[in-house]
Design a protein around this ligand. Structure first.
Ligand SMILES: C[C@H](O)[C@@H](O)[C@@H](O)C(=O)CO
Ligand SMILES: [Mn+2]
Length: 596
């Protein structure tokens, strides 16, 4: 079995659909069986058509064997769901049913109810009744109620209902997929960065995940004892020589490393990449080579590499490894990204994981380095910022981890984009590689050398920056800024970039301003950012992140998503309806983490 196949071998959680029905026989139930089951079938078809697993295959749904008219059928459905590895449930009904007798009682499964908006039968009355039951029992559930009345024979799903079903299902699958997986901490705390204090209670209670820890000396052991696939290494190194052009050395001449050392560094960073991947997900080839234990991996869906400083003071830095793993392609071809956080910033790693699992696209990890006001840009370059950038821009730049997909060299409808791996063509992967040069690391920072990807993200892409922060007394909170990547005139970029480390990849980002709170100004967004890092995802995914956060009971402390797009469990409204932010904090606190 190939390493790629092995990675997703354990499969994926499914979505369970529960058609509930009025239990009264001799007329009522019989007249509703077909319509109710058809609703379930059309939801399954909708999901199968629109949603995909990380390997690109369509999401699978399981429908209860019968309509659920009472508790015996509810229990039979629950048994089927647990056999079939259902991780998310959607209840559908066109009619009145018996609320607490038909509900899904599994507290760890995200749940939604679609109550058909028709008036021949009271589907919406059931919806309201069962949602009150869920609130009363402390099991937050999402309510889906179409805005327009449908005729009783109408088997179509209205657009607003489709949007909510898919939004719910997408976020629910992320919850289900994370459960039981690991964060792999390679090394420990990098230069006192709090996000790299990998907090097991957060991962365990909020995400249902394990935290695994390996010392960076494990890389040295695997180098020296050759615990990697030698055949793959030779192939990888040849591919790297062909596809990863080395850029100019920016170090002062007297501290530049020799050609011989540079070539050795290339070999080391390629080995590091394979080893980090094998540590994360295992590799069946290692078992064939006699390393059965190492072949298993750590069941990690996200990891972080400390790097600085104990590793980087002596060995090449992790930039190549992090960037390649976070990209959608390498010497093995086009494949799903492996999410790796620089500086072992696990909290940024989780934001990357959320973005990746919601969209199946690669994520950009970056330092949130500089707010450039329109006046400062004009003073330094003479250029007046305009368009999306008119209110100022954030310079997102970091040595490692920024995916090569972040070049923006893939296309959607003729515009720059980051796409799920199965939509990326060979030419697009190639264009990302061609837009990148690999600059020898700044040796004053990285005494052990290494290579950083140097590229400039194409402008005009809708992007969402997010970040998890931990607050003692509250727990995790999520922050979100939707905005656009920005193109600057070439000379202007160069002037600003040269003030930083020009060997690192840059994304110029303009958040969308709303005129209030943290989105009064770009300065305010920078000033309110909770830490040194952000994770940047293609597209405006703020609403999906907010839905996901509510499932995990992570309150959102700042976002610029329009109020009408917010979709949270119905019980959130019971904490107040005119200040959604405050209600969110109190609801999350009240219900507590999903796995406590
Ligand atoms: C090279 C430096 O140590 C950088 O890596 C540092 O500024 C950071 O990235 C901090 O987040
Ligand atoms: Mn950093």
């Amino acid at each position: 079995m190939t390493q790629e196949k092995h990675r997703f071998e354990s499969g994926f959680p499914k979505i369970g659909i529960r058609p509930t029905i009025d239990g009264r026989r001799k007329g009522v139930r019989e007249s509703l069986e077909e319509q109710t089951m058809n609703m379930a079938k059309s939801v399954a078809a909708l999901i199968g058509e629109h949603l995909r697993y990380p390997n690109g295959e369509p999401v699978e749904c399981v429908i209860a064997d019968s309509c659920i008219g009472g508790v015996a059928e509810a229990a039979a459905c629950a048994e089927k769901f647990s056999r079939e590895r259902v991780g998310v449930s959607i209840t559908v009904t066109p009619c009145w049913c018996y609320g607490t007798e038909t509900m899904d009682m599994d507290p760890s499964i995200p749940k939604a109810v679609w109550g058909f908006n028709g008036t021949e039968r009271p589907g919406a009355v059931y919806l309201a009744a069962v949602l009150s039951g869920y609130a009363q029992k402390g099991l937050p559930a999402f309510g889906i109620y179409g805005e327009e009345v449908q005729d009783s024979g109408d088997t179509s799903i209205p657009e607003d209902v489709k949007g909510k079903l898919l939004g719910f299902a997408k976020a629910g699958l992320v919850v289900a997929y994370m459960r039981g997986k690991s964060y792999l901490s390679m090394g420990s705390v990098s230069m006192g960065i709090a996000g790299s204090i990998v907090n097991d209670a957060f991962f365990q209670e909020y995400l249902g995940m394990r935290t695994e820890y390996v010392d960076m000396s494990e890389f040295v052991r695997r180098f020296e004892e050759q615990i990697y696939d030698g055949e793959e290494f030779a192939r990888a190194l040849a591919w790297v020589k062909e596809n990863c052009p080395e850029g100019a050395d920016n170090n002062p001449a007297q501290i530049q490393t020799s050609r011989e050392q540079k070539d050795k560094d290339w070999e080391t960073v390629v080995k590091m990449t394979m080893i980090a991947r094998d540590l994360m997900v295992g590799n069946p080839r290692l078992a064939e080579l006699g390393f059965g234990e190492e072949a298993m991996g750590h069941n990690a869906i996200v990891s972080g590499f400390q790097g600085q400083r104990q590793w980087t003071d002596h060995f090449p830095n992790g930039d190549f490894m992090e960037t390649l793993l976070n990209s959608s392609f390498d010497w093995n071809g086009i494949r799903a990204p492996y999410t790796v956080a620089t500086e072992n910033d696990s909290l940024n790693g989780v934001a990357m994981l959320f973005g990746n699992l919601l969209t199946n696209t690669a994520q950009i990890f970056a330092d949130v380095r500089t707010y450039w006001s329109p006046d400062s840009v004009e003073r330094v370059t003479g250029h007046k910022l305009e368009g999306h950038a008119a209110g100022g821009i954030l310079h997102l730049i970091n040595s490692g981890s920024a995916t090569l997909d972040g070049t923006g060299e893939q296309q959607l409808d003729g515009k720059p984009a980051l796409k799920p791996h199965w939509e990326i063509s060979e030419q697009e992967a190639d264009a990302c590689l061609k837009a990148t040069s690999w600059r020898p690391a700044s040796v004053e920072y990285f005494r052990g050398g290494g290579y950083s990807s140097d590229y400039l993200t194409r402008g005009g892409m809708p992007m969402t920056m997010s970040r998890i922060n931990l607050v003692k007394g509250i727990g995790p909170v999520l922050q979100i800024a939707e905005g656009y990547s920005v193109d600057l005139p070439e000379g202007v970029h160069d002037v600003l970039d040269k003030r930083t480390d020009p060997t690192w990849p840059t994304t110029w980002f303009a958040p969308i301003l709303t005129g209030s709170g943290a989105f009064r100004s770009v300065y305010e967004v920078m000033d309110q950012w909770g830490a040194n890092h952000g994770s940047i995802s293609y597209g405006h995914i703020g609403a999906d992140l907010i839905t996901l956060a509510s499932m995990l009971r992570i309150p959102v402390n700042m976002h610029n998503v329009a109020e009408e797009k917010l979709f949270r469990p119905r019980a959130w409204g019971l904490f107040g309806t005119s200040n959604a932010e405050s209600a969110d904090y109190r609801a999350c606190d009240n219900f507590g983490p999903l796995y406590k």
